[in-house]
Design a binder for this molecule. Structure first.
Ligand SMILES: [Zn+2]
Length: 478
C-alpha cells in the first residue's frame, strides 16, 4: 500500500533498547528505520526520546466492576480504632453524591469489623446501601437495600446469609449475578462510566484486556462488543465467563469453605471442553489448587490451548512441579504485595509467607508466571504492579518473600505476551516486540526504559496507540 492511499503517521525520536528509531505506521507498523523523512500530509508524533514498546495487555481484570469502583465510595478507611474507622465510613457514606443507591467498595473487617445490615442501618439509615468486601466475595446490604432488592426474611436463597434467628444478615456471598438481576429490577444499576475507565487504562499504555469475571454471559459479550463499536471501550478485549458462553475460558471460582461437588465440576469442565473451551481456576489457597488439579485430572483432557490458574496466591514446590508438568500458567497479582502485604505479614506464618504470590521460585521450577492487575481488587496501574513484582515491598515498606523478586523486565514481559502464549516457558521469547507488520498497538514511555526501570512504579506513558489511532497523548491532556 502506498502512502498516498492511507494516511500515515510518523513516530519520531523513539528509542528501542537504547537505539534511536523512527516508525511509519498506518493501522500496522509499516517501516522502521533510524531516520525517516516526514512525508507530505503525514502527522508526526514526537516520542522525545521515549522508549517504544508494544502496547500492554492486562491478563486479569474485571472491567465493569473496576469502572464502577472508579465512581464508588471508597470504604478503605485506613488505620484507627473500630469506632474511629466506623465514624470515618459513616462520614464518607453521608458525603456520597446523589440521593439514591450508594455503592461502596473495599471494606475491610480489620478496620470496620464484620459488617451486616444492622451496622449499615446505623451508619446510613436513609439511603439503600451496598458495600463490597475487599475480597470481592461478599456484598453487604442495609435493610433499605434488602427491601428494594426484594429479599425477604421468609425466602431461602443460597448465598444469602442468615442470623441464628433466621433473619437475613444483609451479607450476600458470591451471588453477583443474582444481585445484578435484582439491581436491574430495582432500577438501581447505574451503568458504570466505561469511557472514563478505558481512557484511564490507555494512560497506562494498556491496549488489551482479558475480563476474567465468572459471571460473564453472552449478554456481557454483546455489551463489550457494543461498547467497543461505539468507541467507549478503546482496548481489545477477550472474555472468560460462565458455562453459557460458547468461547473463551470457563472461569471456575473455587472457595475452600464451599468447594463444589467434584463430579458436578468435572461435568462442567467436560461440557466446556466439548465447545472447545479451556478452563481457568480461581485459586488463592493450597486446598483450592489441589482441588482444581483433582478436577482437571478427572476431566477430559484439553485438546487445544491450555488451562490457567488465576492468582496462585499459595503454591508450594510440590504443586509448582505439578503445574510445570501440566503446562498450567499462573496469572498472578504482585500488586497485592503492596496493597495487602502488611496484613499478610501480620496474619500469616513464615511457611505461609514463603508460598505467597511467588514469582521467581515458580519460574525456576518451570512454571510460566504472568503479572496482572485483578482490578478493581488489585492495583490497576501496570507500572506499579511491575514495581511490586520487582521489590515485593508493602505499603509500609516491608518486604514479602525477597527470594521471589524478579526483574522489572520479567514482570513487564507478561504484559507484552499475547494471551495465547501465556503457557510457554521461555517468556522472554514469547513477548511481543515492535516490528514491521504488527498491528500499531503501541506504548511510548516518557524517557528510556533503562533509565527508569529501577523506579518503574513512577513511570509515565507519553502516548498510547491502538490500531494506529492515538488513544492517549500526554501533550494533549497535560
Ligand atoms: Zn479476579
Amino acid at each position: 500500500m502506498s502512502f498516498a492511499d492511507t494516511p500515515t503517521m510518523l513516530i519520531k525520536n523513539a528509542r528501542i533498547d537504547g537505539h534511536p528509531v523512527d516508525l511509519r505506521i498506518d493501522h500496522t507498523v509499516q517501516v522502521m528505520a533510524r531516520h525517516l523523512e516526514v512525508a507530505p500530509n503525514e502527522t508526526v508524533l514526537d516520542a522525545r526520546g521515549g522508549e517504544l514498546l508494544p502496547g500492554l495487555h492486562d491478563h486479569h481484570i474485571h472491567l465493569f466492576a473496576a469502572a464502577a469502583a472508579h465512581d464508588s465510595v471508597d470504604c478503605n478507611v485506613g488505620s484507627g480504632t473500630l469506632s474511629q474507622c466506623r465514624a470515618l465510613l459513616e462520614a464518607r457514606l453521608k458525603r456520597a453524591t446523589g440521593n439514591d443507591w450508594i455503592r461502596g467498595v473495599d471494606y475491610q473487617e480489620q478496620q470496620v469489623g464484620e459488617l451486616d445490615r444492622w451496622i449499615l442501618d446505623e451508619l446510613c439509615p436513609t439511603r439503600p446501601v451496598r458495600i463490597q468486601h475487599r475480597s470481592g466475595k461478599v456484598w453487604v446490604c442495609n435493610s433499605l437495600a434488602l427491601r428494594e432488592l426484594g429479599f425477604k426474611d421468609t425466602e431461602l436463597i443460597d448465598g444469602l446469609e442468615r442470623s441464628s434467628r433466621g433473619l437475613l444478615t444483609g451479607r450476600i456471598v458470591r451471588r453477583d449475578r443474582l444481585l445484578a438481576e435484582r439491581l436491574k429490577h430495582a432500577k438501581a444499576s447505574r451503568r458504570p462510566n466505561i469511557t472514563a475507565y478505558s481512557r484511564q487504562l490507555a494512560r497506562y499504555g494498556i491496549v488489551g484486556i482479558t475480563d476474567t469475571s465468572a459471571s460473564n454471559t453472552t449478554d456481557t459479550l454483546a455489551d463489550f462488543q457494543h461498547l467497543s463499536d461505539v468507541g467507549e471501550l478503546l482496548q481489545h478485549f477477550s472474555l472468560m465467563g460462565s458455562d453459557e458462553l460458547d468461547s473463551g475460558y470457563l472461569k471456575i471460582l473455587l472457595d475452600e469453605d464451599r468447594l463444589p461437588d467434584l463430579a458436578n465440576l468435572v461435568g462442567r469442565i467436560n461440557q466446556a471442553r466439548r465447545k472447545g473451551r479451556n478452563v481457568a481456576f480461581h485459586c488463592v489457597t493450597h486446598l483450592e489448587l489441589v482441588f482444581a488439579l483433582a478436577a482437571l485430572a478427572e476431566a477430559a483432557p484439553c485438546e487445544a490451548g491450555f488451562d490457567r490458574i488465576e492468582h496462585g496466591a499459595v503454591v508450594n514446590d510440590e504443586m509448582a512441579h505439578r503445574l510445570a508438568d501440566l503446562g498450567l500458567p499462573v496469572i498472578t497479582q504482585p500488586g497485592f504485595l503492596f496493597s495487602k502485604g502488611d496484613q499478610y505479614l501480620a496474619d500469616l506464618t513464615r511457611t505461609e509467607l514463603g508460598s505467597l504470590y511467588r514469582f521467581a521460585g515458580l519460574q525456576r521450577l518451570g512454571v510460566c508466571v504472568v503479572a496482572s492487575s485483578d482490578a478493581p481488587y488489585g492495583l490497576v496501574n501496570p507500572w506499579r504492579v511491575i514495581s511490586s513484582a520487582a521489590t515485593r515491598r508493602t505499603r509500609l515498606g516491608a518486604t514479602v518473600g525477597e527470594h521471589e523478586q524478579i526483574t522489572a523486565e520479567q514482570a513487564l514481559t507478561g504484559y507484552l505476551t499475547p494471551s495465547v502464549r501465556l503457557n510457554q516457558r521461555s517468556s522472554f521469547a514469547q513477548a511481543r516486540k515492535v516490528k514491521v507488520g504488527m498491528p500499531a498497538d503501541l506504548c511510548v514511555l516518557q524517557g528510556e526504559w533503562s533509565a527508569q526501570r529501577g523506579e518503574a512504579g513512577e513511570l509515565e506513558v507519553r502516548a498510547t496507540l491502538i490500531g494506529g489511532s492515538v488513544v492517549f497523548d500526554r501533550t494533549q491532556t497535560g
